[in-house]
Write a protein that binds this ligand. Structure first.
Ligand SMILES: [Zn+2]
Ligand SMILES: [Zn+2]
Length: 298
């Protein structure tokens, strides 16, 4: 690496390269003069830094849906619809309706609880290098920093990660339980709500005037997670309101400190500290425009 002599003066340093999460270094050109009156030299100085963290712009390709995203969402929806169809056909054939409808409702409640447990887990443990869920952990950390970007993310881009999980878990269940209308009702509703939880989450970040009136009505009636409830997740102390389907479990879980108890168990058993214990720090604090000016030149 090129080192500047001590008596050199840096006249100009310009950082080039995009401030983008995909770049992990800056290239800085330094013009340095020496007492020997040599001409200023331009030498590239590569400074390795941690990945740059700036929010994606609204037209950033990382927010756009690709054909592979759309294909995964279509596959996920097909497996969910196959479950629901099995439940309806089975109910029609066996003339039982109450149990499959009830199991579907239980599936909807289960999805909210599942979304909370999963969200709590990836918010608090692991990092981008964690196997299987590393990209989800990274995405949620980015979401805490720039919550508004979720509203700019296209539909299939937002849902594709969960659509893959749903495809691989629900497809075998569709085959095994195709003649079990009660189980199919539960699986169809639970997996459908889990897959769409990221859409409900995006709506929770929406502005009331810009959301479809039906969505606002469903949020206000508690069928979908409300904007105010989820807004509390993005404010200190950053350790509550993890559920993002209906949010019906949030008060129960938070008032009884269920996640805090789990965090203590994990800490004493495995020595792992959840991220929420270190809050507020820069990881979870929403970035403002002023804090986005990054300087990495020492
Ligand atoms: Zn979160
Ligand atoms: Zn959010």
């Amino acid at each position: 690496m090129y080192t500047l002599p001590q008596n050199h003066h840096i006249h100009h340093a310009a950082s080039i390269g995009h401030h983008n999460r995909r770049h992990n270094h800056h290239v800085v050109y330094c013009a340095a003069t020496t007492p020997m009156k040599t001409r200023p030299k331009l030498e590239p100085l590569v400074i390795n830094t941690t990945p740059l963290i700036t929010p994606p712009k609204s037209d950033d390709p990382s927010l756009k849906s690709t054909w592979s995203h759309r294909a995964w969402v279509a596959t996920g929806c097909t497996t969910v619809l196959a479950s629901l169809a099995s439940s309806i056909v089975g109910s029609y054939d066996s003339h039982i309706w109450v149990e499959p409808i009830l199991s579907g409702f239980v599936g909807y409640l289960f999805a909210d609880l599942g979304s909370g447990v999963y969200h709590w887990g990836i918010d608090n443990y692991g990092d981008a290098s964690t196997p299987l869920v590393g990209s989800q952990i990274d995405a949620f950390q980015g979401h805490h920093k720039w919550p508004w970007t979720i509203t700019k993310r296209q539909f299939a881009n937002n849902l594709q990660a969960l659509a893959r999980v749903v495809t691989f878990t629900v497809l075998p269940m569709d085959i095994i339980f195709h003649d079990q209308p009660v189980i199919s009702g539960f699986v169809g509703m639970a997996s459908g709500c889990i897959m769409f939880s990221q859409q409900f989450h995006a709506w929770a970040h929406g502005t009331k005037s810009k959301l479809p009136p039906l969505v606002v009505a469903l949020q206000d009636s508690g069928v979908l997670v409300s904007r105010s409830q989820h807004g509390a997740h993005h404010r200190p102390p950053y350790n509550n309101n993890y559920c993002i389907v209906s949010g019906v479990w949030n008060n129960l879980l938070d008032e009884n400190k269920v996640f805090e108890a789990l965090e203590m168990v994990i800490f004493f058993k495995f020595g792992l500290r959840p991220r929420s214990w270190s809050e507020p720090d820069s990881d979870w604090t929403e970035a403002t425009e002023d804090s986005l000016i990054t300087t990495s030149i020492p």
